[in-house]
Design a protein around this ligand. Structure first.
Ligand SMILES: [Zn+2]
Length: 339
């Protein structure tokens, strides 16, 4: 074996590695030279037959060849890997729009609640909260409904067994709690859940959402109430809407009204929903009763106020023309996904 043979092996290595197209082929080449029966292993075995001096000289050459081979293999492997990544990348079209993650949305009642809050906040009202489990004082007595008062029967109250507690039947106790802690002038709304012991049908639920409103000033009248309601309806229904106040009775307001708006279904012409009247009752309202002020430690000769209570479910039904209140809490996605 001479110098020429080593050089021709070197050339062969170069050509073979250059021609290799895959990592697999590179591995085969590597085995062909460095494996047990490979070319380089054979050359190293042949060293035994040489003299010591020759062995050293040739051994050095063979080692150089081995290094050359390894270097070339590594170099080519790097190139092939780079290309592979490029091709992988080419399989993906980065211009294709991403798939949107399916996310839920807010319940229609929550959407309506937030809209109402937003409108009243824009008119300077703050949002107040109160407990869903109430005592009789805040739910009834302080609101001018003493124990023997027949008006208590109007609210089919759910009582808790202990401590004379109950599930609040309206959001009006929040008025009391707020006036106990804050000095007028006041401007609040109080959204929340209320509970009634009631059989359910298309218009009644044992659990309802209400929004209470209260404004207390030194001089304030029904005209202010009408102005605020008018602004609210215009913003909530996004159009001018007719409404009217009819005399009603609530123990905590004097005078008291029920508030009706033009029927959203027939636009006032008269239909089965509005019982041919062209109007739908939507809220109760009135001027705060002097006894209510007294019960909160405020002087009724010094302060005046009005209050209202909307059924949030009713508002949502009118806005979206829904004819069955039970749908809201049915957890039926066919219904809910429409909002
Ligand atoms: Zn109607």
């Amino acid at each position: 074996m001479n110098e020429d043979e080593l050089n021709s092996i070197k050339d062969k290595i170069k050509r073979e590695i250059e021609a290799a197209k895959t990592i697999n082929q590179l591995n085969q080449i590597s085995r062909g030279y460095l494996g047990k029966k490979g070319v380089i292993s054979r050359l190293l075995k042949e060293l035994k037959t040489l003299t010591k001096e020759e062995r050293v000289r040739r051994g050095k050459k063979i080692n150089e060849l081995k290094c050359f081979l390894q270097e070339k293999l590594e170099e080519k492997e790097g190139l092939l890997k780079k290309e592979e990544t490029k091709q992988e990348g080419a399989k993906f079209d980065i211009t294709v729009p991403g798939r949107k993650l399916k996310v839920g949305h807010l319940h229609p009642l929550t959407q309506v609640k937030r809209k109402v809050e937003e409108i009243f906040q824009s008119m300077g009202f703050s949002i107040a909260q109160g407990p869903e489990i109430e005592d009789e004082w805040h739910n009834f007595d302080a609101l001018n409904i003493p124990p023997e008062h027949p008006a208590r029967d109007v609210w089919d109250t759910l009582y808790l067994r202990e401590q004379k507690l109950l599930l609040r039947t309206h959001t009006s106790p929040v008025q009391i709690r707020y006036m106990e802690k804050h000095q007028p002038p006041l401007r609040i709304i109080a959204p929340g859940r209320v509970f009634r012991h009631e059989a359910t049908d298309a218009r009644h639920e044992f659990q309802l959402s209400q929004i209470e409103g209260l404004m207390v000033e030194r001089e304030i009248s029904v005209a202010n109430l009408k102005a605020v309601l008018s602004e609210f309806f215009r913003k909530f229904f996004t159009k001018d809407i007719n409404f009217r106040l009819d005399p009603d009775f609530f123990p905590f307001t004097e005078p008291s009204f029920n508030v009706s708006v033009t029927c959203v279904i027939c636009q006032g012409k008269g239909c089965s929903l509005c019982k041919k009247t062209g109007y739908l009752e939507i809220a109760g309202a009135g001027m705060v009763h002097p006894n209510v002020f007294k019960n909160c430690g405020l002087n009724p000769k010094e302060w005046q106020g009005w209050a209202f209570g909307f059924g949030l479910d009713r508002l949502a039904m009118m806005k979206y023309r829904i004819d069955d209140v039970r749908l809201f809490r049915s957890a039926d996605l066919r219904f809910l996904s429409q909002f």
